[in-house]
Design a binder for this molecule. Structure first.
Ligand code: MN
Ligand code: MG
Length: 641
């Protein structure tokens, strides 16, 4: 009896051997697993330094466990990092302060990466945030090489090696060793020279990512069996103009690149974020047919490309690939489930700097000259939003210098985030006196980044009409106290725009309502003025805001991306920390921005706040404490006329 195996063997010999019996056929495939981390941002530990508590959704120490597991499953792996490693959380800020660089002359993130045995890495835009000497000192501790092809010294020579050729011995499926030359070329967003102008002007310049690839990939291709691009740049598919921040898609059209590692956008690819784009396979993970991966951010995922290489006429050829992102945690609604434990060796390597950072975030970084709270942020000007707006303006003004936007009035928008949502404890409540880094999360609880948009007077008014949606329409003929706030509209909608003054007429119906309701005849924003003079519809302004407002449509129409005049690389929270560090003693000013328009009749409105708010009422005759709710909130009454 002939076994099935024998039949297959004999078929192979008699049927196809004639055409494929080249010497190469004797060599089985090589399976090569390429691992990627990106945008770790010094989230080395699974810890949130702003909340001062462990966080299961972040940390290179968690990814380390995934790396070890991924290595144990296969014969051949290489590990790469795609940049944004030394900046992004209080640990990074602490290490960058004078005198705090570790005694072993090794940046903690680099120390952890050395332990994990990275093969190569590129730099991200944030590597430049603390200046070139700090960057150089940090990378000097690495036991693995860096490359980046599009950063040059002023004299035109390369700042980094543009590419690397790694000599590696890998095992084929039969366990036989083969020598492979693995080419690695790095790229970073050319915008670093704008974002870190203060550090880089006169020192380095950048070139277009695709231009740099066209310059170097042909010579790299000749020397390598495989060419891997480490692209610290996201995926954009709009027609190419040159100089793009997110150039990985265009990079995929450069001949000779086998695999692309991406990052910078803090997203996951393949994945639904990129569905429906032409020449992008958001399920299998290709850009223009080139296997590509982006593994989230802060250590959320380990990126993995499994290649099958077969011998071809001109060396090894990719015959199959699988792109996978392995998460460290899963999330269902508010419920987070940790999927891996952290790595003891990484933890102990990080312990000295982690512990010093914990002490630092709990220490004062500045002083407030008055209490700052959000108890009354919905009824008038308040210090918690004034600080955010002041910090945003302070940060954005120099970044906009030398741009067309610099000539325009600079305004700033901030909304109350911690405004009693879900809990009467959920308010900003900072005392006069010292403020610590961990308190800054109270002032700004979301990890948004700073953006600025150009709008005209008419658009500014519409923006504020959206804000005014938070208020119920007040009936002037009703002698009873009326609830002020629409319970269906969250407080984060309520942008307060500093730099202008305006009134809100809550006796008028809302122009915008929930579920896209629009009342074209309704107007609540009245008496909008800039420097005391009424704002005209075509007057131009720049408003500092966050990436969410700039990108989500509504404020900036989706078909007008050019209205975004600044897309800063920094989180608003980090900007506030820097603002406090710089000022030391914060003289908190609350300039007049908005108030309720006169109603022409006495009306009482009610709103909920924390019971703790009562102590700040002092002698304000217009506000009184009405009642305590069973739910932990206190009800206040505001008399308007
Ligand atoms: Mn990043
Ligand atoms: Mg980046």
């Amino acid at each position: 009896m002939t076994s099935r195996r024998q039949i297959l063997q004999s078929a192979a010999i008699t049927g196809i051997a004639a055409t494929l019996a080249t010497p190469a056929l004797a060599t089985p495939a090589i399976k090569l697993r390429l691992l990627e981390t990106s945008d770790i941002h010094t989230f080395d530990e699974d810890y949130d330094y702003f909340r001062d508590m462990p966080d299961e959704t972040v940390g290179l120490t968690k990814v380390a466990t995934l790396i070890q597991a991924a290595r144990a499953e296969v014969k051949n792996t290489l590990l790469f990092d795609n940049g944004d490693i030394i900046q992004g959380n209080p640990l990074a800020d602490f290490v960058a302060l004078p005198g705090n660089f570790p005694d072993d002359r090794t940046h903690p993130t680099i120390r952890a990466m050395n332990l994990l045995g990275y093969d190569a890495a590129t730099v991200g835009n944030h590597e430049f945030n603390y200046g070139l000497p700090f960057l150089d000192a940090s990378l000097a501790g690495a036991k693995f090489p860096f490359c980046c092809a599009n950063i040059l010294h002023e004299d035109g020579t390369n700042y980094f090696k543009p590419y690397l050729i790694l000599d590696r011995t890998v095992a084929d499926e039969d366990g036989q060793p083969h020598k492979l030359k693995i080419g690695v070329i790095g790229f970073v967003t050319p915008q670093i020279v704008d974002w870190d102008k203060a550090h880089l002007e006169g020192r380095v310049r950048t070139t277009d990512i695709v231009d740099a690839a066209n310059l170097y990939v042909p010579e790299l291709r000749k020397q390598a069996d495989l060419v891997i691009a480490l692209s610290h740049s996201g995926i954009g598919t709009t027609p190419r103009r040159g100089g793009e921040e997110n150039a990985s898609f265009y990079l995929a059209s450069v001949p000779g690149i086998d695999v692309i590692f991406t990052g910078h956008s803090h997203r996951v690819f393949p994945g639904p974020d990129y569905a429906g784009l032409e020449n992008v396979d958001a399920v299998r993970g290709t850009l223009n047919g080139v296997p590509t991966i982006m593994p989230g951010f802060w250590g959320s995922h380990l990126g993995m490309i499994d290649l099958t290489l077969a011998p071809g006429e001109q060396g090894w050829k990719i015959v199959d690939f699988i792109c996978t992102n392995r998460p460290i945690a899963s999330r269902e609604g508010a419920q987070v489930t940790s999927l891996v434990s952290d790595d003891a060796a990484v933890n102990s390597a990080l312990a000295p700097d982690h512990n010093k950072t914990l002490a630092w975030i709990r220490q004062p970084i500045g002083t407030l000259n008055r209490p700052v709270n959000s108890f009354f942020a919905m009824i008038g000007d308040d210090a918690s939003l004034a600080i955010v707006n002041a910090a945003q303006t302070w940060y954005a003004r120099p970044l906009l210098a030398n741009t067309a936007a610099a000539a325009l009035p600079l305004l700033s928008a901030a909304a109350p985030f911690k405004e009693g949502y879900q809990s009467p404890d959920n308010y900003v409540d900072l005392q006069a006196g010292t403020i610590a880094i961990k308190n800054v999360a109270d002032l700004y609880m979301y990890p948004n980044t700073v953006c600025a948009v150009q709008v005209n007077g008419a658009e500014l008014r519409e923006w504020l009409e959206h804000s005014a949606e938070v208020f119920n329409r007040i009936d002037l003929n009703n002698p009873e106290p009326q609830p002020l706030l629409n319970p269906h509209v969250p407080s984060y909608v309520f942008d307060v725009i500093s730099g202008i003054t305006y009134q809100i007429d809550i006796s008028a119906p809302a122009r915008y309502g929930v579920h896209g309701k629009f009342n074209p005849n309704a107007r609540r924003i009245v008496n909008m003025r800039y420097q005391g003079i009424p704002v005209t519809d075509d007057q131009k302004f720049v408003v500092v805001t966050n990436n969410y407002r700039a990108d989500s449509g509504g404020i900036v129409p989706k078909n007008h991306p050019e209205a975004v005049v600044l897309r800063a690389p920094d989180q608003t929270r980090d900007v506030i920390v820097r603002y406090i560090l710089q000022n030391k003693v914060l003289d908190v000013a609350v300039p007049p921005v908005w108030s309720f328009a006169a109603l022409g009749a006495p009306v009482t409105v009610t709103f909920k706040s924390a019971p703790a708010a009562a102590k700040y009422l002092l002698a304000d005759a217009h506000i009184s404490r009405l009642a305590d709710n069973d739910d932990g909130y206190a009800v206040f009454a505001l008399r308007l006329t």
